[in-house]
Ligand binder design. Structure first.
Ligand SMILES: Cc1cc2nc3c(=O)[nH]c(=O)nc-3n(C[C@H](O)[C@H](O)[C@H](O)COP(=O)(O)OP(=O)(O)OC[C@H]3O[C@@H](n4cnc5c(N)ncnc54)[C@H](O)[C@@H]3O)c2cc1C
Length: 508
């Protein structure tokens, strides 16, 4: 441990990562007497994409004291019950990956074993029929969960679609109101401490020189501090995740707002569709080794529903992560730390994870090698775990209609993932670890949705007579369908929530 106490933090970059970090530090660290400053460059701008989330973001907002109505109003947000995957297992197939569970455990055993037994007996009802989130999503309905474990509505679980640019502006107001000082301009110089090699100060073009004890690199794909200055290497994961480019193109909103994201597999990648209150976000994520930019743009424009609202935004990236996220006195958060394509909407979650672990390990009394190693191990695990889950989507396919799908279907996958798949194929067994981001529901949705069906099931599922099993499952399906039919339409729910917001729409 060094003896240097931390009295000041400079955040380099003001995209979603920069302002999420600034907002959290303004609430939890600044009041302890730590100065927090942020530098962003309007000329450089932000990546300008990122609209879908997973449920944990509600915890982040709650931690900051931001209410759901204010968030939905400020970011023109909508509710998200899961992701619909179209044409992934094979062209013509579709399934939903919901946030809430399938069915209820029976006789102490996971529900899917009973479903699998019924399937092997000849029942052909998809898992979706036993999911409150799926049934509500398919009906275009939404409501918040009720606090009654007996009710299927207790299984509603949601995230949001939102305008990440508006979210960053909202958090900027929040952070500045609590004392974060913002500087506009390009970081032109980085000064290092000769002895330890730590960062001492950042110099802004025609602006001040900012010294600090701790620096947070939120400069996006450039990784100005962690990569360019400190030289922390980047692991390239294109071997498993070949998509390395994207084109984003928003279009006019639909008459109704579906409460889910859609991800449609295409010849060399996949297309997203994210419905917000005021527009629909669209984009094509593709592999430059399997198509070119012109063809990709053609695929995207041919498949967009609704009139485009802007010029296409072309983006290049390398899927992967840094070897280390915390190096000397610099912590990388956001795209500077790594990037995994938005197939499961995990980037903003990884920012949240980085921020909350930084708070948990904040080095008020000096940076300790043990604590930075812990931070690095936690973040590496998070990235690696999501990587395996994403690879599953590509590898579990029967598509053979393009070089791209041939490649991902036949590629060598990480051992950790093949072991999970083998175990599931045999007897439907799946074991989540405590704290895993994607639990049984998520893995089941994708494995079963893409045609990995277990050959057998837990013996506990034999404890019900087959007619009793059929009756129980039929009752469950009817209960979920009935509950969905009684929910309000998603748009009516958004309107109701907007009525409760203190912040209305456009921000200053
Ligand atoms: C195609 C695509 C789709 C995505 N979709 C999703 C999604 O649906 N869900 C999700 O969770 N995430 C998604 N993401 C990721 C999400 O966009 C990012 O995680 C998020 O926006 C955070 O970006 P950032 O703040 O790290 O970087 P940026 O937005 O790039 O911000 C970088 C900041 O650093 C500043 N900066 C850089 N260099 C300098 C300099 N020299 N001097 C001063 N300032 C500087 C810039 O001005 C800017 O303020 C997507 C990403 C891509 C590429």
């Amino acid at each position: 441990m060094t003896s240097n106490r931390i009295f000041s933090v400079v955040i380099a970059g003001g995209g979603t990562a920069g302002w999420m970090t600034a907002a959290a530090l303004s609430k939890f660290i600044l009041p302890a007497g730590v100065r927090v400053e942020l530098i962003e460059s309007d000329a450089i701008g932000t990546v300008g994409v990122g609209e879908a989330s997973i449920p944990g973001i509600a915890d982040f907002n709650r931690m900051l004291g931001i209410t759901e109505p204010d968030f939905i109003a400020a970011t023109r947000g909508s509710y998200k019950l899961g992701i619909e995957f179209v044409d992934w297992g094979a062209i013509g197939e579709r399934y939903l990956h919901p946030f809430g569970d399938y069915g209820f455990p029976m006789q102490g055993e996971d529900f899917h074993h009973f479903w699998n037994r019924a399937r092997l007996l000849g029942e052909d009802h998809a898992l979706e029929a036993y999911s409150m989130c799926c049934m509500a999503a398919r009906a275009g309905k939404f409501m918040l969960p009720v606090n009654d474990p007996q009710s299927p509505v207790s299984q509603m679980r949601h995230a949001y679609h939102f305008d990440a640019g508006l979210y960053a502006r909202f958090l900027r107001q929040y952070a500045e109101a609590r004392g974060v000082v913002r500087h506009e301009g390009r970081i032109a110089t980085v000064e290092r401490d000769g002895e330890r090699g730590a960062i001492r100060a950042l110099g802004i073009d025609d602006g001040p020189r900012l010294e600090a004890d701790l620096f947070v690199d939120c400069t996006g794909f450039r990784g100005l501090l962690i990569g360019q200055e400190l030289g922390v290497a980047y692991q390239d994961w294109r071997e498993w995740l070949p998509c390395d480019r994207a084109i984003a193109l928003p279009s006019e909103r639909d008459e109704t707002t579906p409460p889910y994201t859609r991800a449609t597999a295409r010849e060399a990648g996949w297309q997203w569709r994210i419905p917000l209150q005021h527009r629909v976000g669209n984009g094509y994520v593709y592999s430059s080794a399997h198509t070119d930019d012109e063809r990709a743009l053609d695929v995207l424009t041919r498949n967009i529903e609704g009139t485009p609202l802007a010029e296409p935004n072309h983006l290049r990236f390398t899927p992967g992560r840094r070897d280390r996220f915390w190096e000397k006195n610099c912590v990388a958060i956001g795209l500077s730390s790594g990037f995994l394509e938005p197939l499961e909407s995990t980037s903003i979650h990884l920012i949240q994870e980085g921020v909350s672990k930084l708070l948990a390990l904040f080095p008020r009394h000096g940076i300790s090698a043990r604590e930075t190693a812990r931070y690095n191990a936690i973040m590496a695990d998070s990235f690696d775990y999501i990587r395996d889950f994403l690879i599953l989507h590509y590898n579990a396919t029967r598509r053979n209609d393009s070089a791209f799908w041939d490649h991902v279907r036949t590629m060598q996958i990480p051992d950790s993932l093949s072991q999970t798949l083998e175990l599931f194929r045999e007897n439907g067994r799946f074991f989540a670890h405590k704290g895993d981001l994607f639990t049984l529901t998520s893995w089941l949705a994708v494995m079963v949705g893409q045609g990995i069906l277990p050959k057998a099931y837990s013996p506990v599922a034999d404890s019900l007579a087959s007619d009793e099993l059929a009756r129980t499952l039929r009752d469950m399906r009817e209960t979920y369908a009935m509950a969905a039919s009684k929910m309000p339409p998603h748009d009516a729910f958004i309107k109701h929530v907007l009525g409760k917001a203190e912040t209305q729409g456009e921000l200053a």
